[in-house]
Design a protein around this ligand. Structure first.
Ligand SMILES: [Cu+2]
Length: 148
């Protein structure tokens, strides 16, 4: 009991540990792929409990050779993906990554993503901090065609 209290106290005193706890990933998942696909995407809800805006500037995963941050924009009647420099998580707020909107794009998959697998994804923030979360692989209803 005492040990736990001490541990909590030291966590609270460490600014890095404190800052890391500000970011939380919820309902994260990666899109299951057909056996021949080499691209996929990661979605989820990212919460920021801190009182400063935070910026995701890059992401990595062992599952993919290349990872980019993407958004989807409408050009006339056509939905197009484009790379973005950063994804902002508002202070005391959240950002939702979902099909047809912001997502973490995976290229050069080392193996197809099959349902019930899990992949670890590491985010890097503008301030240099990193945050790793686990994304189970799920089938995604194709609400839109995902084209490059
Ligand atoms: Cu994309």
């Amino acid at each position: 009991m005492k040990l736990k209290a001490l541990l909590l106290a030291s966590l609270a005193l460490s600014p890095l540990a404190q800052a890391k706890m500000d970011i939380m990933a919820h309902h994260a998942y990666a899109r299951a792929t057909p056996p021949t696909a080499v691209t996929s995407a990661v979605f989820g809800e990212f919460m920021n409990r801190g009182d400063k805006e935070r910026y995701i500037v890059s992401a990595t995963t062992d599952a993919a050779g290349k990872v980019e941050l993407h958004d989807v924009i409408k050009e006339g009647e056509v939905m197009k993906m484009r790379q973005v420099d950063r994804i902002t998580i508002p202070a005391k707020g959240k950002v939702e990554l979902k099909p047809g909107s912001l997502h973490i794009m995976l290229f050069d998959l080392k193996a197809p993503l099959a349902e019930d697998q899990e992949i670890d994804v590491q985010l890097t923030f503008a301030n240099g901090e990193k945050h790793t979360f686990t994304a189970p692989v799920k089938k995604v209803m194709s609400g839109m065609k995902h084209k490059h």
